[in-house]
Design a protein around this ligand. Structure first.
Ligand code: ATP
Ligand code: MG
Length: 382
């Protein structure tokens, strides 16, 4: 069996693979890129697995005049950048010891050891340069059945790295088949292991939560997290009952998944997820909108269409009501309107603080008029 994908045929991809194989090493694509190609979905990044050690990878790249970055050199990963495309090259590894926060690794010389240290069977499928699939642990049937299954005993795998609990729910949300339910053995092991989540860095947890909540429909996986006790350990104070109604409304209004909206739907308190500045700003603005509940055109003008939709849909979901009438039209009103008054229009009469106050007042008035008042009408209000 062969995979086909755009990234597989790209010149930069060929160059990286030839760099390694040309020097006599084995090199395989692995993880998400192979998994997603088999599902006909795009890849988020390209992971390559090789028997070349990191110092050899750096040396070969440098000799070819190609940039390499030792992104994760202590666990065997070097990132190679060609023409703006990044490739994560990781040396075959096996897990030798663990502290539950990160597996402690040693290099392996074969693909079977490398496969067995991975998390789920669907994530341990390899493909060579030509796209030919190698499936040492028989992950393909699980992938096609959309069954997220731990490699070997789940209790042991979770104790090696507790982040695998969150990865289990993340991959279930993205690639699981809800109709078949969640893997029962994995779920039970996650429930048994959940105390270990405390020891993970908040950055790693935050990263997983954002990927989980970015899935088209994370509600069934989040419900399973709640039932197993994992949700409470992951997002403090999270209540999941309004998430499924929110997703339903998002689909109805054809709104793209916004993980911050889903997060706010679960809890108003996400202090310890260590969000990026951009995400945290979004989160705070969304909470402001929920508290103040301005009409949708005003929300869209102040904070953009995405947050205006999020606020309206979260409110409807949590109040078990319907979103405001003509939501789409009202949000669209704010599109590309420009407040017609500039400070120079008022600076003859007003200065400093009173100028600012007047501008803000007129802007409010103009928003209230649904952006219909003209410059002259507004000036007459003064
Ligand atoms: P994505 O589409 O999000 O990139 P991915 O499956 O490629 O999904 P990555 O986090 O990029 O996920 O990891 C690449 C591969 O490395 C995984 O498919 C898996 O085989 C392995 N892996 C990553 N993190 C872990 C972990 N904590 N424990 C075991 N294996 C892991
Ligand atoms: Mg990946």
């Amino acid at each position: 069996m062969h995979i086909s994908a755009d990234w597989l045929n790209q010149q930069n991809t060929r160059t990286v693979m030839t760099l390694l194989t040309g020097a006599g090493y084995e090199a395989y694509f692995v993880g998400g890129c192979v998994r997603n190609a088999l599902l006909n979905e795009p890849a988020s990044d390209i992971d390559i697995s090789t028997n070349a050690h990191p110092d050899a990878v750096v040396k070969i790249a440098t000799a070819a005049g190609i940039k390499s970055i030792p992104t994760g050199i202590d666990h065997g990963t070097v990132t190679i950048v060609i023409g703006g495309d990044a490739y994560e090259i990781t040396t075959f590894r096996k897990d030798i010891a663990t502290d539950g926060r990160r597996a402690i690794v040693a290099y392996a010389d074969n693909i079977i050891d490398d496969a067995r240290r991975r998390d789920f069977t669907m994530n341990a499928i390899y493909a060579d340069q030509s796209g030919k699939v190698t499936d040492p642990l028989n992950g393909l049937p699980d992938l096609l059945a959309r069954h997220v299954r731990f490699i070997d005993g789940p209790d042991q795998r979770i104790a090696e790295d507790y982040l695998r609990i969150l990865r289990f729910f993340r991959f279930t949300a993205w690639y699981g088949d809800i109709n078949n339910g969640i893997d029962a053995e994995g779920l039970a092991a996650c429930a048994r292991g959940l105390d270990g989540l405390q020891n993970l860095s908040r950055e790693r947890v935050g990263g997983e939560v954002s990927k989980l909540l970015s899935a088209p429909n994370p509600a069934p996986a989040v419900a399973a997290m709640a039932q197993s006790g994992v949700l409470a350990q992951t997002i403090k104070g999270a209540q999941h009952q309004f998430l499924a109604p929110l997703i339903h409304l998002e689909q109805q209004f054809d709104v793209a998944p916004n993980w911050i909206a889903r997060l706010v739907c679960l809890t108003r308190d996400a202090q310890d997820l260590r969000l990026s500045r951009k995400d945290e700003n979004q989160r705070i603005n969304l909470i402001k909108l929920l508290d103040n509940n301005p009409p949708p055109h005003a929300a869209a003008y102040r904070y953009g269409a995405t947050l205006a939709y999020s606020a309206a849909l979260i409110l409807a979901a949590s109040l078990e009501s319907v979103p405001p009438k003509k939501l789409r039209e009202n949000i669209a009103l704010a599109n590309e309107v420009v407040f017609p008054i500039k400070s120079t229009d008022l600076s003859d009469q007003l200065q400093g603080k009173s100028l600012g106050n007047a501008l803000r007042k007129l802007e409010r008035r103009w928003i209230q008029s649904r952006f219909t008042m003209t410059k002259q009408e507004l000036l007459n209000e003064l």
